[in-house]
Design a protein around this ligand. Structure first.
Ligand code: HOZ
Length: 430
């Protein structure tokens, strides 16, 4: 495939935007080469600036559950835009989407809308600290909860891709309030709690990790965290930015049968527009201003265009719950197809999958936490990535990211993808 125009656009972008991108992973540094500039997208496909059509497995890093430019979402945004794009005043649609979200997620009474997953997680932690009167938090190595200071301690996703899981600029004071635990290791969490008695406000976790590839929780892990939190008066925060409204109507909480105290959302809840949200039972949410002392605010929070897109998306998912099973089935089909091909060509690999989230790791061992995710062979991943790209398949340009399956993907698209994997495995020495 030819990427002359994308490369020219990237060159121009680098003069005025650091690294030419507004979010680091997009720069392709982990896989080499220049990033592809997208011109438009529809359904399961991206159309780039060089005229190539690509089957998309990133889907804006998750939210495009129905595929790109879904009619109901686009129409809702267009109609809303005609009536004004931002007021900084309450609008009825905020209550409508809040009512729908609360009805879909079993254990939340109230929800506050913000502009991104980063804001949602940052605010959720502040709320947990304000509610419990304690300062420290536990996060897991390789989990990514956005780029707010407290979370850039052994963060996953772009932070680890660029070798800065602990970012300069985060003060020692902030860092010492973030305690780092090992994903899927309950004994490790317990020992951290024991060494910090009565100091921990919350445990924040991606209930299915999606920022060190896809890593599902092992049996009993989330249940164990729930029990530890109950025993030690710690709030459990599920970061459902990727899993919320994707794994089930009620997200990972519903699918895995474990309830958190505070849940954060992003991307999906805005139908792909810049929206985040955090939610909890009433007693916790009432600690937020203007009812309570925990402050959080924003002019663009509850923005009408974002709310319209989110409401359209959630309505589709609420009215058509068979979508969750359908995308999980497609993911299982893809998993089997790719595994068969990689086994046929003796390519060492591990595939992780839960629901409609999947990732391919070029490692022999089970990938259950950050350490095992980091063992994967990145040279093989680079060849795999570029091989697929040359065959019209776009996966995330980092081994530490997850692939997201959408309802717009057809079984023909999946077969095309599996055939592309076979072409790559048979012609490139992976
Ligand atoms: N690492 C981010 C998702 N896990 C990337 C976001 C982006 O570049 O848009």
């Amino acid at each position: 495939m030819i990427y002359q125009r994308s490369s020219a656009l990237f060159k121009a972008a680098q003069n005025v935007i650091p690294g030419g991108v507004n979010s680091p992973v997009r720069a392709f540094k982990a896989v080499g080469g220049d990033p592809i500039f997208v011109k438009q997208a529809k359904g399961a496909y991206l159309y780039d600036e060089d005229g190539n059509k690509l089957i998309d497995y990133i889907n804006s890093w998750g939210p495009m559950i129905l595929g790109h430019a879904h009619e109901s979402v686009v129409n809702a945004v267009v109609e809303k835009a005609k009536k004004g794009t931002s007021f900084g005043m309450p609008t009825e649609i905020e209550t409508q989407i809040a009512e729908l979200a609360v009805s879909m997620v079993p254990n939340i009474d109230k929800i506050r809308f913000v502009n991104s997953g980063t804001e949602a997680c940052m605010s959720a932690v502040r709320l947990a600290r304000g509610y419990t009167g304690k300062d420290k938090i536990i996060k897991f190595a390789g989990c990514y909860h956005g780029h707010s200071d407290s979370f850039l301690i052994q963060a996953g996703s772009g932070a680890v891709t660029f070798g800065s899981p602990n970012s300069p600029g985060v003060t020692k004071g902030t860092a010492q309030d973030t305690l780092l635990a090992k994903y899927n290791d309950l004994a490790n969490v317990e020992s951290i709690i024991t060494s910090n008695t009565n100091e921990i406000a919350c445990i924040i976790i991606e209930p299915v990790a999606g920022n060190m590839g896809c890593i599902p929780p092992v049996k009993g892990f989330l249940e164990g965290l729930r029990a530890l939190c109950d025993t030690h008066n710690i709030l459990l925060i599920f970061d459902e930015v990727m899993t919320g409204f994707r794994l089930a109507k009620g997200g990972a909480q519903e699918l895995l049968g474990v309830n958190a105290d505070i849940v954060t959302f992003g991307k999906v809840i805005g139908g792909g527009l810049p929206v985040g949200a955090f939610a909890a039972r009433e007693e916790i949410m009432n600690h937020l201003a203007p009812l309570g002392p925990v402050y959080q605010a924003g002019t663009l929070s509850g923005n009408p265009l974002a709310m319209a897109a989110g409401l359209a998306m959630l309505t589709e998912l609420n009215d058509n719950p068979e979508i969750f099973k359908s995308i999980a089935n497609k993911t299982e089909y893809l998993h089997k197809g790719i595994a068969d091909v990689l086994n046929k060509y003796n390519v060492v690999h591990t595939i992780n999958r839960l629901g409609s989230m999947i990732s391919v790791h070029f490692a022999e061992e089970s990938v259950v936490d950050f350490d095992t995710a980091a063992i994967g062979n990145n040279d093989t991943f680079k060849k795999f990535f570029h091989g697929l790209l040359n065959n019209g398949i776009y996966i995330a340009p980092s081994a530490f990211e997850t692939w997201f399956i959408t309802e717009a993907l057809t079984y023909d698209d999946l077969d095309t993808t599996i055939a592309a994997v076979e072409k790559v495995a048979s012609t490139i020495n992976l």
